[in-house]
Design a protein around this ligand. Structure first.
Ligand SMILES: [Zn+2]
Ligand SMILES: [Zn+2]
Length: 506
């Protein structure tokens, strides 16, 4: 849920008189490869007559009817939420189980989606469960691993049974002495994805490992080339030809810092099903890509799935006689609910996205005709700048999860010539922003983010089969019915951007 929804729910449910209270909320599903998330979109608070507050709170049938008809109208799933006067992740009382057992078949029959039960403790800690139909007339509790609250900060509430606190040895004593054990336990259990394993991505991977993150996902279809050796952390001549994701994964395992380390290395584009679904399993993503289409995809993921994305970009060029650098700037920002999106920040334009989508950028004659300052011609960068940008992105990450003294960052930009960091940026979207409009839409928007990626396929075909990780077979619908899915996606994208200031000339 977003921070805004968390605040309004907490205000209603955690009562001064210490009585329990309840309400219904509405969700859309976000389906990753291994994780299903219920994204809370809206809440319908009870009127006075809608529930009885007497020790164990209960609701009146009219309130349930109101909730189900609203859910039906808007294609929502239903969340039943109540409070307990105790702190921490809450288990269920016999009454709770009885109430939700009664709701499960009715909600499933009406909405087609499992009811989600949630409980908030007196300290604001959330717990949640899905009620899954396992046989005819049988519904079982499937406890959630986490409840995530996303906005200016990222607060994750962990189910200690499914995600127990990790233990740390001497190798983390100095990190833990900086921010204490409970922050470390929280950070280490996150699942973080890095999209783009080039110069910036490889430094971020290193930093996340040494910050104690145990679950990492690397997404990049590129292989290491000779021209990468001046910027790719730890790569040497003998690594040329390897997938960047495999190389970094193996290298980080060699450090042997955490026994529970789990890294998924995926040689895919974020616009392909395997890449997108793996990203939807993450709690937070780093965008280390430099093309408009993956940026647009990541921007969409952030808002439609409540997954914050930390993005950065470097813009540098030499002077006209190549006697020195003319200017260099790099910028780091976090996008997602309650923050400005990449499009409003000017990190890509819809017309650049459609240009990349058209395939013209693979045509050398087309590229030749583009102006020098076109984004495809802006490839200059050096390791020292990447290092600084990766540092700024890691600071965005730490600021978001630690929020020292309740402070959070907006976008920040480094001006190399003057050595200044500018932080005077807007941090909210324009009113008619099309990305923000996808907030909490989950799978219905994710579908239109899927595209075939011929260059990624080409890159994978170069590499021998045995080094490829085992991944779930693509949905037959996407492989056999390629055209129709792409056409559908394009149609939807077109509708999305039709009246925007940019154009998608499909
Ligand atoms: Zn209860
Ligand atoms: Zn926006």
């Amino acid at each position: 849920m977003t921070e805004d929804i968390n605040v309004s729910l907490s205000n209603h449910l955690i009562r001064d008189d210490e009585q329990e209270d309840l309400c219904f909320a509405f969700y859309k599903a976000s389906t990753g490869n291994q994780r299903i998330t219920a994204l809370i979109n809206e809440v319908i608070f009870p009127e006075i007559d809608d529930r009885n507050i007497h020790g164990n709170v209960s609701f009146n049938p009219d309130y349930f009817d109101k909730a189900t008809s609203y859910a039906l109208k808007n294609e929502y799933g239903i969340v039943f939420i109540h409070s307990h006067p105790f702190p921490g992740w809450q288990r269920m009382s016999t009454d709770d189980i009885e109430a939700e057992t009664m709701l499960a078949p009715r909600v499933k029959a009406i909405t087609g989606l499992p009811v989600v039960g949630m409980t908030i403790g007196s300290d604001g800690t959330w717990s949640a469960r899905f009620w899954e139909k396992t046989a005819s007339k049988t519904y079982d509790i499937k406890w959630c691993e986490t409840v995530r609250v996303v906005g200016n900060g990222l607060n994750i509430h962990y189910n200690e049974n499914l995600k127990p606190k990790p233990k740390f040895g001497q190798e983390f004593s100095r990190t833990i002495s900086s921010w204490g054990p409970s922050k470390q336990e929280s950070i280490s259990r996150m699942k973080v994805g890095i999209v783009g394993m080039g110069s910036v991505g490889s430094i971020i991977a290193e930093a996340l490992l040494r910050t104690g993150i145990e679950n990492l996902v690397f997404i990049d279809f590129d292989t290491i080339e000779r021209k990468n050796l001046d910027r790719l952390l730890a790569a040497s001549e003998k690594d040329i030809g390897k997938f960047k994701v495999d190389f970094q994964k193996n290298r980080l395992f060699d450090v042997n810092l955490r026994k529970g380390l789990d890294i998924e290395a995926l040689p895919y584009s974020i616009t392909e099903k395997t890449g997108l679904e793996a990203a939807l399993d993450c709690d937070l993503l780093f965008s280390c890509v430099d093309m408009p289409l993956p940026r647009f995809t990541l921007d969409g993921i952030a808002y439609s799935n409540f997954i914050p994305v930390i993005d950065g970009g470097i813009d540098t060029n030499p002077n006209s006689d190549l006697s020195n650098i003319e200017q260099a700037r790099w910028k780091a920002h976090t996008v997602g609910p309650q923050r400005i999106c990449m499009q409003c920040l000017g990190q890509y334009t819809p017309s650049d996205v459609s240009l990349e989508q058209s395939g013209e950028l693979d045509n050398p004659y087309y590229i030749k005709g583009l102006p020098k300052d076109h984004f495809v011609n802006r490839g200059e960068n050096v390791f020292g700048f990447s290092l600084s940008l990766a540092g700024m992105e890691i600071q965005q990450f730490l600021s978001m999860v630690l929020q020292p003294k309740g402070i959070y960052y907006g976008p920040k930009e480094m001006d190399f010539n003057f050595g200044n960091i500018d932080f005077d940026f807007e941090n909210s979207c324009e009113k008619d922003c099309h990305i923000k409009a996808q907030l909490g839409q989950g799978d219905s928007f994710n579908k239109i983010l899927l595209f075939d990626h011929p260059n990624a396929e080409k890159s994978r075909n170069k590499i021998q089969e045995p080094t490829m990780p085992k991944v779930k077979k693509a949905n037959p619908k996407t492989s056999s019915g390629k055209d129709s899915i792409i056409k559908k996606a394009i149609r939807k994208l077109k509708n999305l951007f039709d009246d925007s200031k940019g154009t998608f000339p499909f």
